[in-house]
Design a protein around this ligand. Structure first.
Ligand code: TRP
Length: 448
């Protein structure tokens, strides 16, 4: 929804649908399985769930409180709540990270368009179980991913300036439950696979010896990425909530649905990985290499794959629309540019980043910085470092510098009583969240 419109989500379900729409996306279905795959499965899942509920949930409430209480974007929210300008850097951090994420996210969303069209035209080769890898390489090297990235960014641009965001939200109210049902159906199918037991053990039986600093940092980044936290994205969405909305309930529903979708994706991918003799450590390409093998096994596989990739594409759009809003609201509300210009600038920056990321799988695959391709570097720096840093400061800010009365009023909706939940939330925001994030960072630097 356009920031300049400053309208309100009329219904409670509207607000929940929009936040879930932002949270559920490639982060759950593409990023979670690949991160779990490179970080040992069960140990990663356990840390991820722990971080979602003890760190993500309070920070989500903090973003909601700031957004609903100030009715503004991340820059103005910090300005309104604190007289000094010391917190301005968080707005810039939000813009930088959101544009980096938009860049690599658009490349992966571009793959979903390519796979959708390939399925519709019956061009994907599902004839044997070995084809996933070759199929992926064929589709993602050379000029093609560039074109699909550009097309995806154009769709995103069109929605952002065309004022059709409401339409997208309405459509996603129907389509997201459909995606959920489709995932459930694939889960049931995955129970019939020979690798089901092995896949389940891999995902659900944590091997504690696998918990290394990189697993902890990866799980922290994934928790924030998945909940769209740390950049003021949820803050912006909460600025459209109406006064009666119950923030705690919205936050809890979002966190539960979001982690459920990630777990379902894991239940689909890992049994298939073991059934087809593949390895879980494939990285960002994992899901796209494994899925064709699954579709190959299903009756009317092309139909399933068409439906799946189209829904995944739409889920990506509802997420990119929300992350684009961070930089657009800055250019519009702080730099006073027109919405069209603001959207154009943000999209152009994401396009340049997106092209570099797309080339990481082809012409620039040998170009690395700190041993990472540009795609991996953007993903790592934004998700594992910038998002937790944003969350760290947001939780300190709300925990220490915002009055309890303000927090209570925002959390309570239309009730006037003091909620027993507010002191617990403040305790988490003051002590638990900042210190846990800090410890994970120290740990990953090898200091503790
Ligand atoms: N949470 C989304 C996903 O899982 C991605 C996303 C949308 C995001 N907005 C964000 C990530 C803001 C970080 C910050 O696909």
């Amino acid at each position: 929804m356009a920031v300049s419109e400053r309208s309100v989500f009329i219904t409670k379900t509207g607000a929940i649908a929009a936040t879930v729409g932002s949270a559920v996306g490639l982060g759950n279905i593409w990023r979670f399985p690949y991160e779990a795959g490179i970080h040992g499965g069960g140990a990663f899942l356990m840390c991820y769930l722990l971080f979602i509920f003890i760190l993500g949930l309070p920070v989500l409430c903090a973003e909601f409180i700031m957004g609903k209480g100030t009715r503004s974007n991340i820059f103005s929210a910090y300005n309104k709540l604190s007289p000094g300008k010391n917190w301005k850097f968080l707005g810039f951090l939000g813009i930088l990270a959101s544009l980096m994420i938009l860049s690599f996210y658009s490349v992966v969303a571009g793959w979903t368009i390519e796979y959708s069209i390939g399925s519709i035209c019956n061009n994907l080769d599902f004839s044997s179980a070995e084809t996933g890898h070759n199929q992926f390489n064929e589709l993602t090297t050379g000029w093609r991913p560039l074109v699909w990235t550009i097309i995806f960014l154009f769709c995103n641009f069109f929605i952002l300036i065309g004022g059709v965001t409401k339409g997208i939200e309405r459509a996603s109210n129907i389509l997201m439950p459909l995606l959920f049902l489709l995932l459930l159906a694939f889960c049931i199918h995955s129970m019939t696979m020979p690798g089901f037991g092995e896949g389940m053990t891999y995902l659900f039986a944590p091997d504690f010896s696998q918990i290394t600093p990189s697993v902890l940092l990866g799980a922290l980044g994934q928790a924030f990425f998945s909940l769209s936290l740390g950049l003021g994205c949820m803050m912006t969405y909460a600025s459209y909530f109406n006064n009666k909305s119950n923030l705690g309930q919205t936050a809890l529903t979002t966190a539960m649905l979001d982690s459920l979708v990630a777990i379902l994706a894991g239940v689909i991918i890992f049994p298939a990985v073991f059934s087809f003799g593949l390895t879980p450590e494939a990285g960002p390409t994992l899901v796209f290499e494994v899925l064709p093998n699954i579709f190959h096994q299903l009756p009317a596989g092309m139909l399933w794959s068409t439906l799946f990739f189209i829904l995944l594409f739409l889920a990506s759009l509802t997420s990119t629309v929300s992350m684009s809003e961070i930089s657009i609201s800055y250019f519009c509300e702080v730099k006073k540019l027109s919405r069209f210009k603001a959207t154009l600038i943000s999209s152009a920056i994401a396009l340049i980043g997106g092209i570099l990321c797309a080339l990481s799988f082809g012409a620039m695959s040998d170009f690395t910085i700190f041993g990472k391709t540009i795609f991996n570097l953007f993903d790592y720096v934004s998700s594992n470092i910038l998002l937790p840093v944003g969350g760290f400061f947001c939780s300190i800010f709300v925990g220490w510098f915002v009055s309890r009365k303000f927090i209570n009023t925002q959390m309570q909706g239309d009730k006037k009583s003091i909620s027993g939940f507010t002191p617990v939330l403040v305790f988490f925001l003051r002590w638990i969240c900042p210190s846990a994030i800090f410890l994970v960072f120290l740990n990953s630097l090898g200091i503790i």
